[in-house]
Design a protein around this ligand. Structure first.
Ligand code: FAD
Length: 204
């Protein structure tokens, strides 16, 4: 990490905690004609790898399944840092970047991975819902990216004002930003049933 290396975090536990807190990864590929694409997708961490699932018709998933090199980022935005100058104003965040190539998962490994992704995004839900049919599985690519080449960067600070700005008569500090779940809203048929107990544990 070349720019602001003091924000770099080597601790694997921090890397894993960031990946476990995120829900969306931005996955980059370069298409055959050289055009890069960065696509947001759901993911889950499974030990030393990230799992993704998507359509067999998706350009992203097809390129990844072919073994195209990828760069994946997960970003958690924690706040806006309001300094007394535009230059020193910034963001607090936790982010991970992983580089590598995906492996296609098949059979029992694929079926297990789908549950791991569901358990990460919708903990407790899998046992209540219909599992994927054979036709649905045939239309789904499930991929694993080994977490071999990974970096994490964390910024968690108050503004660091330039000495010439510290006496500027204006408020400075951090405005925290939090992602939260709202009250569950039943659809037409959902209102006939109680809200499942596992939803109570969905906090962010
Ligand atoms: C929060 C979030 C989570 C998602 N999770 C998943 C997932 O787990 N699995 C999955 O398969 N898909 C997921 N999607 C959809 C995903 O981002 C892609 O739209 C989808 O995978 C199709 O990709 P593709 O490579 O086939 O797109 P392409 O067919 O290559 O896209 C064609 C064109 O559509 C536009 N486009 C495609 N995707 C988007 C987008 N997301 N936003 C704006 N423009 C777009 C671009 O202009 C692109 O050139 C998610 C989207 C969001 C926002």
């Amino acid at each position: 990490m070349r720019r602001i290396p003091e924000k770099s975090v080597e601790d694997r536990a921090v890397v894993e905690a960031i990946l476990d807190a995120g829900l969306v990864a931005h996955v980059g590929i370069v298409d055959e004609d050289g055009q890069p694409f960065v696509v947001p997708v759901a993911y889950a961490r499974d030990g030393d790898r990230l799992l993704f699932h998507g359509s067999t018709g998706s350009r992203l998933f097809r390129r990844l399944a072919e073994g195209a090199p990828t760069c994946v980022t997960v970003t958690l935005l924690d706040g806006l840092v309001l300094a007394r100058s535009a230059f020193e104003s910034s963001m607090n965040y936790r982010g991970v970047m992983a580089l590598g190539r995906c492996e296609v998962l098949e059979g029992i490994e694929r079926d297990r991975a789908l549950r791991v992704v569901s358990d990460h995004l919708l903990p407790g839900r899998w046992d209540d819902i219909r599992p994927p049919s054979r036709k649905e599985l045939a239309a789904t690519l499930v991929l694993a990216l080994p977490l071999d080449e990974v970096s994490a960067k964390v910024s968690d600070k108050m503004p660091e004002d330039d000495p010439q700005d510290v006496d500027r008569p204006v408020w400075g500090g951090v405005v925290p930003l939090r992602e939260t779940f709202g009250e569950p809203m039943p659809d037409e048929r959902g209102s006939a049933y109680p809200v499942p107990a596992y939803l109570e544990s969905w906090t962010r």
